[in-house]
Design a protein around this ligand. Structure first.
Ligand code: NAI
Length: 257
């Protein structure tokens, strides 16, 4: 369990769901981990959980849509652990609305948290990776960053942007030995999915049942399913992988396109 020994990782949205499972897995694999999240209570609880397991961990309160917060998160990580090797751009929010029902404020919020954050965090992190002579960035897109989805106009726009930013960043930073990849989770059992069910007025169990039906593996994802794919892209198991969009969805997209 030493796949990330001596590595330093910064995980946005690491207080909950996929980010939290990834922080735990990275710590188990020997990385020093910084969690940057807007939710202080959950962030401190994730920090405690990982500390109790003997992991090296800090929590940094951060709104990833704000430039000054992103800069601080990167600088605090480097000041604490002496550098930065892995950036996991995972923080995200969803709005289940269409062009007629979404407000301009909501549109800006979704684009700020899901897209601008990837630009900002990467902007501050890449110079430190260049200093190390290597680095790896993993962005969280979605199945809806590849195909469209119902009543999720800003979310689909934001995840489509993340998918193609990943390819563009891989081209720009590959020559400095910085790999940039994305994971596209399918429906995964996290507080976000539960909040979507609430927002749509659907019972969570029914949502899970319906979503599972469309997947050859017959179930939705667990946060750990996604974390394991992120670990592959973060580790030296993927040294020749960049610009790649890894779908992790139990086969949900296999029959499309
Ligand atoms: P979650 O809601 O459990 O976790 C998201 C985390 O991001 C929370 O800890 C939250 O506090 C944090 N966050 C939200 N706004 C923030 C901000 N402005 N600054 C800093 N942190 C902020 O959600 P989940 O499901 O773990 O989502 C993680 C990523 O996976 C998101 O990008 C999401 O779009 C993506 N995803 C999730 C899927 C699912 O079914 N759960 C499916 C496909 C993609």
């Amino acid at each position: 369990m030493d796949n990330l020994k001596d590595k330093v990782a910064l995980i946005t949205g690491g207080a909950s769901g996929i980010g939290r499972a990834t922080a735990l897995l990275f710590a188990e694999e020997g990385a020093a981990v910084a969690i940057a999240d807007i939710n202080q209570e959950m962030g401190e609880s994730a920090q405690k959980e990982i500390e109790n397991l003997g992991g090296q961990i800090i929590f940094i309160k951060c709104d990833v849509s704000k430039s000054a917060d992103c800069q601080l998160a990167v600088e605090q990580t480097v000041a604490t652990f002496g550098g930065l090797d892995i950036l996991f751009n995972n923080a995200g929010i969803v709005s289940r609305t269409n062009v007629l029902t979404i407000t301009e404020t909501e549109w800006d919020q979704v684009m700020g948290v899901n897209v601008k954050s990837v630009f900002l965090m990467s902007k501050f992190a890449i110079p430190y990776m260049e200093k190390r002579g290597e680095g790896t960035i993993i962005n969280v897109s979605s199945g809806w960053g590849i195909q469209g989805g119902e009543n999720a106009i800003s979310y689909c726009a934001s995840k489509g942007a993340v998918t193609n930013m990943t390819r563009a960043m891989a081209i720009d930073h590959g020559p400095k030995n910085i790999r940039v990849n994305a994971v596209c989770p399918g429906d995964t059992d996290t507080p976000m999915l539960r909040s979507e069910a609430d927002g749509l007025g659907i019972a969570y169990d029914q949502m899970v049942k319906d979503s599972s039906k469309g997947r050859p593996l017959g179930r939705i994802g667990t946060p750990k399913d996604i974390a394991q794919a992120v670990l592959f892209l973060a580790s030296d198991a993927s040294t020749f992988v960049t610009g790649s969009i890894l779908v992790v969805d139990g086969g949900g997209l296999a029959g499309t396109g």
